[in-house]
Design a protein around this ligand. Sequence first.
Ligand code: COA
Length: 214
Amino acid sequence: MIHVIDAGNRHLYGAELEQHFRIRHQIYVGERKWMALERADGREVDQFDNEDATYLLAIENGRVIGGTRLVPTECPHLMADVFPFLADVRGLQRGSDIVEWTRIFVVPERRGGDSKVLHTVMAGMFEHCLANHISAITVVMETWWMPRFLELGWQVRPLGLPTMIDGMNCVGTIITVSEEAYRRTLAFKGIEAPVILSRRGAKRAPGERRIPHG
Ligand code: COA
């Protein structure tokens, strides 16, 4: 259900990536009113949507229903380039084994307590990180996420003090990638592992059936 898309396989996901940029515009500009992201072409794309970005998209019958983005912290990224003051206490965390997490979303009709989409995307993020020797994830987040992450048993540490940005209470944090965080995220919603269907461009053609192992 979760497809990992990066520079190596994005040519196989042109339609889904495009769909996702338009959904991001509907959600972040239309719904959340982050008007600085508004674009006349109806695509929400920023300076970090480049070839360094990895997207994790929840795709169901060709429809994108959720997703998120990871950017290497050794490359330009949101916390370092736009909000470095959010890491004022512990300092920016950068390294080949640290990624930055941004733009988590679920389409409105698939949100809420009965839905598994958000947790499947987050489990996909841990699954991807564990498979790629990524040990930590930094994130610029609104503080209301904190109890949600702690409820999942994640190890989340602030890098600086909570700060109001455009009317939102935000904090820079670092999340430890662990097998335990992955398992607990899956268990929270009774999600079966693995959640990543295609890691490196193994997308099946429309109508092609999945052959069970072997
Ligand atoms: N402010 C404060 N709390 C929020 C919130 C917001 N903007 N969005 C969600 N929450 C919290 C609330 O506690 C909410 O419970 P409530 O509806 O009883 O208030 C709870 O999260 C569940 O959120 P919900 O939207 O029902 O479903 P979800 O957990 O499946 O999805 C999101 C959560 C954030 C993925 C989804 O709301 C979404 O896509 N939002 C738009 C994108 C976004 O804001 N992403 C985060 C910043 S990148």
